[in-house]
Write a protein that binds this ligand. Structure first.
Ligand code: CA
Length: 231
């Protein structure tokens, strides 16, 4: 199965540019989602939790700078501005509000993709301290969204990947069903422990092929799960 790398949220009111960006991102293996206004963009940033936001400043409802300020109240997701505004004041204001990068229109797609990659890599390093997470023979490349078991790449679905990533980031800690469901699936799923059980089963099945990982995810009945810390 071919899996997309990172999810990019496009907030842009120009339908043609939106379409063009979607095609470019798709060809580069990103998953693109989009919004044509600022308020919906903010809502989508919260619900979808994209890996990066590509943001226009001139939007029909609110200014893109308001989107930056709002998202920065609760999220460090990289924000790359894509705007026709090329005066220094606008660029400085956007960066001061917490934007990570600024590209002026018209832009070359090569430059755009290079900037996206650079910002995703920076974010991954910032979050994890390094672009990969390792626990014994389990290694996650969090920039490429790939998982290696004992050096061999193994395919995980996007949800399995997110779940495993949450475990490895919090390895050694007991995580309750609710915490995991909230973090990986979102608030409305906190009661779906059956859902979680199915996914844990799928992950275990893949991990079990490596003897050292056989019981790396420990069940605490009625409470949750914990990933053991391996040497
Ligand atoms: Ca615009």
């Amino acid at each position: 199965m071919h899996e997309k790398k990172s999810t990019v949220l496009i907030v842009e009111d120009d339908a043609q540019i939106r379409k063009m960006l979607t095609i470019v991102l798709d060809a580069a293996d990103y998953k693109a989602v989009d919004s044509d206004c600022g308020k919906q963009g903010i809502r989508m940033a919260a619900s979808i939790k994209p890996d990066l936001i590509l943001l226009d400043l001139g939007l029909p409802d609110i200014d893109g700078k308001e989107v930056i300020a709002s998202v920065r109240e609760w999220s460090q997701t990289p924000i790359v501005i894509l705007s026709v505004r090329s005066n220094d004041d606008e660029i400085v204001a956007a960066l001061n509000l917490g934007a990570d990068d600024y590209i002026t229109k018209p832009f070359s797609t090569e430059v755009l993709l290079a900037r996206l990659n650079a910002n995703l890599r920076k974010a991954a390093v910032r979050e994890a301290g390094e672009p990969e997470l390792v626990n014994g023979p389990l290694r996650m490349d969090i920039v490429r969204h790939e998982i290696y078991l004992d050096g061999e790449k193994v395919a995980f679905t996007p949800k399995e990947y997110e779940l495993l990533r949450y475990f490895i980031v919090n390895r050694g800690k007991m995580l309750t069903h609710k915490q995991i469901l909230k973090e990986v699936w979102g608030g409305v799923y906190v009661e779906n422990t059956q859902y979680l059980r199915v996914f844990i089963g799928q992950i275990r099945e893949k991990l079990e092929k490596i003897p050292a990982l056989e019981s790396i995810i420990v069940t605490a009945p009625g409470i949750g799960y914990r990933m053991e810390v391996l040497e």
